[in-house]
Design a protein around this ligand. Structure first.
Ligand code: RB5
Length: 156
């Protein structure tokens, strides 16, 4: 028996309902979901929860994660601050496919106040099942990684 892939998920209050729906969906797909909160609808600050998933993916504890806030924008801005994180905010199934094939996105970001459950699940399924194409796309990601390293050197 193979060990199920583990995946980290978190949201703020505005994404909580969708986060719970997506977590259930991922479990039905056979993944081991680690829910890092938030777990009620009290207003919170999205960076406090996004950081948990972004850092865990950045440090290699999880190969991938899902973040949800109201629009998905705040979580995207936050997650992409972390080295080795390629967080992609998606609103349609085509983009969900492309962000894996071309960008090898390791965090999928959703806007909980914008999306219905059906489209969210379809995008999550597509992102999980699609394979990264490598080749010229890897070359482009390598360039981003080089820029990231240079930027980090400049910051220290
Ligand atoms: C919370 O009101 C909202 O600002 C947050 O969920 C998110 O949309 C930020 O980008």
């Amino acid at each position: 028996m193979t060990t199920p892939e583990k995946i980290a998920i978190a949201s703020d209050h505005a994404g909580r309902e969708m986060k719970d729906e997506v977590a259930d969906f991922l479990r039905k797909m056979g993944l081991h979901v680690v829910d890092m909160g938030v777990n009620d609808d009290t207003s919170v600050d999205y960076p406090d929860y996004g950081v948990l998933v972004a850092r865990a993916v950045s440090e290699g504890e999880f190969a991938r994660g899902v973040l949800v806030c109201g629009t998905g924008v705040g979580m995207s801005i936050l997650a992409n601050k972390f080295p080795r994180v390629r967080a992609a905010l998606v609103n349609n199934v085509y983009t969900a496919k492309m962000v894996k094939e071309h960008n090898n996105a390791n965090i999928l970001v959703l806007g909980g106040r914008l999306l219905g459950k059906g489209i969210a699940e379809e995008m999550v399924r597509t992102w999980i099942e699609t394979k990264f194409l490598g080749g010229r796309h890897q070359r482009r990601l390598d360039k981003i990684a080089d820029i990231e390293s240079e930027t980090m050197k400049g910051a220290s």
